[in-house]
Design a binder for this molecule. Structure first.
Ligand code: AMP
Length: 212
């Protein structure tokens, strides 16, 4: 099963991709995570892209395509995968089949812009186990501490108001056109990303099971 999740930053792609990855026993590939690995390890590539990522602009297609091509070669992708954060523009969507083969379904998680800034600026994550929190809507039991593994929670550098606004404008300009691209191919499913996280997961799984 090869899936693509699209949606504005903060729509909940990462959260839902983790659920789908477990349910369908397929790999979760976040190109943002692959890029952040490079920046946190301060590789040559990481140092080249850190300013672009912190500003909310897109990293070049070539760089992301190379990382993706290497990632899908790993064993955990044999049964399939969910792409979270890729493609981000029509060119990437056009190149995708040559990198990973044909995609079966594309799910758009839609959330209006007005909800996004608060969602993202309040977001905190665990650098050790990946558990996500929100300071208002899903706070950890102990302030600033991961309830799963006890690690100190961190805020992503690009989750500040100014960068989030830029990420939204990049989304509308560069990424939103892929919605029509996939609609025209008959691959698109759309669900609302507003409401209870478990309920959204259930709707997603039902829609994908029904489309199989
Ligand atoms: P994300 O974790 O998906 O929100 O991505 C964080 C940042 O990584 C984005 O704001 C971009 O700078 C970069 N990025 C992630 N995926 C891509 C992609 N497919 N193409 C270009 N840049 C990307």
């Amino acid at each position: 099963m090869k899936l693509v999740l699209i949606g504005s930053p903060g729509a909940g792609k990462g959260t839902q991709a983790k659920v789908l990855s477990k349910h369908f026993d397929i790999a979760h590939i976040s190109t943002g995570d692959l890029l952040r690995e490079e920046t946190s390890q301060k590789t040559e590539l990481g140092l080249k892209i850190i300013d672009i990522m912190n500003s909310g602009e897109l990293v070049s297609d070539e760089i992301v395509e190379t990382l993706l091509a290497n990632r899908v070669k790993r064993d955990d992708c044999k049964k399939g995968f969910i792409l979270d954060g890729y493609p981000r523009n029509v060119k990437q969507a056009e190149n995708l089949p040559s990198i990973v083969g044909e995609i079966e379904k594309v799910v758009l998680i839609s959330v209006e812009d007005d909800l996004i800034v608060e969602r993202m600026v309040g977001r905190r994550g665990c650098p050790k186990c990946g558990q996500m929190y929100h300071i208002k809507y899903n706070p950890p039991k102990e302030d600033g501490v991961c309830g799963v593994c006890g690690e100190a929670l961190v805020q992503r550098k690009d989750d500040n108001e100014e960068t989030v606004k830029n990420r939204l404008s990049v989304y509308h300009k560069s990424t939103a056109p892929i919605i029509d691209y996939y609609k025209n191919k008959g691959l698109l499913l759309e669900i609302s990303g507003v409401g209870d996280i478990d309920e959204i997961s259930k709707q997603l799984i039902d829609a994908l099971e029904g489309a199989r």
